[in-house]
Design a protein around this ligand. Structure first.
Ligand SMILES: Nc1ncnc2c1ncn2[C@@H]1O[C@H](COP(=O)(O)OP(=O)(O)OP(=O)(O)O)[C@@H](O)[C@H]1O
Ligand SMILES: [Mg+2]
Length: 277
């Protein structure tokens, strides 16, 4: 599988959101998309997943324009988990994950399909919740079920919009570790939106930093996450260092304006200037 995105542009009425976004990924790569609120990350994923139709540019999977794929072809190649999954009617966890097998189901559910669902439930530690309905789950449990459904689809490209947003620190590590293992063992591509720059740098070998709908920087975490880029895009002074775990980023204070509390408590800049540099 090879993903190529060329000159992707998208507008909401009177409001350009994505401008000439380009990226490439090969089988076995985990990429992260980072950027401030409203920079266009979710819109970008929706254009890749064909939820939104771009006004310009194209998305190619193995050289084929996704605009020309049938629904079934798309569903067997690409899995997408949005930032928020609307709940339509109360399914059990098992049924919700089984829905991921829809592109492969005949008139009845084969033992093979059940096996995939059970394996995914096991991988995401959801077995004990299999018979529960989705409305009886916590936010983080629901998020893991949404990911489980996409994994059950066995796509070659997995698009995940903030998959760890509701997860505790242990589940964040488990989910990102699982995705990393799937990328390496099965050679799939995972493209995920993350706000946590430390996790993005640690688990993704490639990063894209989006700023006002454009790719501001792309490359390895070390290339993308510089104090200058973080200042320019997020408007934040940051301290970065490397340790045995990876590249670490701590946001110190906004570049301009006033940071209440922590700056005064000594977490802000060394000169104690309340965040004003
Ligand atoms: N349905 C919509 N109609 C009009 N504008 C929209 C719509 N959805 C999003 N936008 C706007 O498009 C821009 C990009 O939104 P998008 O959801 O892609 O941002 P994001 O980078 O995912 O942000 P976040 O980190 O908050 O999730 C924002 O300015 C947003 O207000
Ligand atoms: Mg978003």
């Amino acid at each position: 599988m090879r993903l190529a995105v060329q000159n992707l542009s998208f507008n909401y009425p009177g409001h350009p959101v994505l401008q000439e976004v380009a990226l490439e990924a090969e089988a076995g790569e985990l990429l992260s998309l980072v950027g401030p609120n409203g920079s266009g990350k979710s819109t970008c994923l929706k254009c890749l997943a064909r939820v939104l139709r771009p006004v310009g540019g194209a998305v190619y999977l193995d050289g084929r324009d996704v605009a020309g794929l049938s629904g079934r072809e798309l569903a067997t190649r690409l899995g997408y988990v949005p930032q928020e999954t609307p709940q339509v009617f109360p399914l059990t966890v098992y049924e919700a994950v089984l829905l991921g097998r829809r592109p492969y189901l005949g008139w009845s559910v084969s033992a093979g399909n059940r096996q995939v669902v059970e394996e995914v439930l096991r991988l995401l530690h959801l077995e004990h919740l299999a018979a529960r309905t989705l409305d009886q789950l916590s936010g983080g449990e629901k998020q893991r079920v949404a990911l489980a459904r996409a994994l059950a689809q066995e796509p070659q490209l997995l698009l995940l919009d903030e998959p760890t947003a509701n997860l505790d620190i242990r589940h964040q590590l488990e989910v990102l570790g699982l995705l990393q293992a799937l990328v390496r063992r099965r050679g799939i591509i995972v493209f995920l939106v993350l706000h946590d720059l430390n996790l993005a740098a640690r688990f993704a070998e490639k990063m894209l930093l989006l700023h006002q709908g454009r790719v501001f920087a792309a490359g390895s975490p070390r290339q993308v996450l510089s104090p200058e880029n973080i200042r320019a895009v997020y408007g934040v002074e940051a301290r970065l260092w490397e340790d045995g775990v990876g590249l670490q980023v701590v946001a110190l204070c906004p570049t301009e304006g006033w940071l209440p509390g922590p700056a005064e408590a000594g977490i802000g800049p060394a000169n104690g200037s309340r965040g004003n540099k």
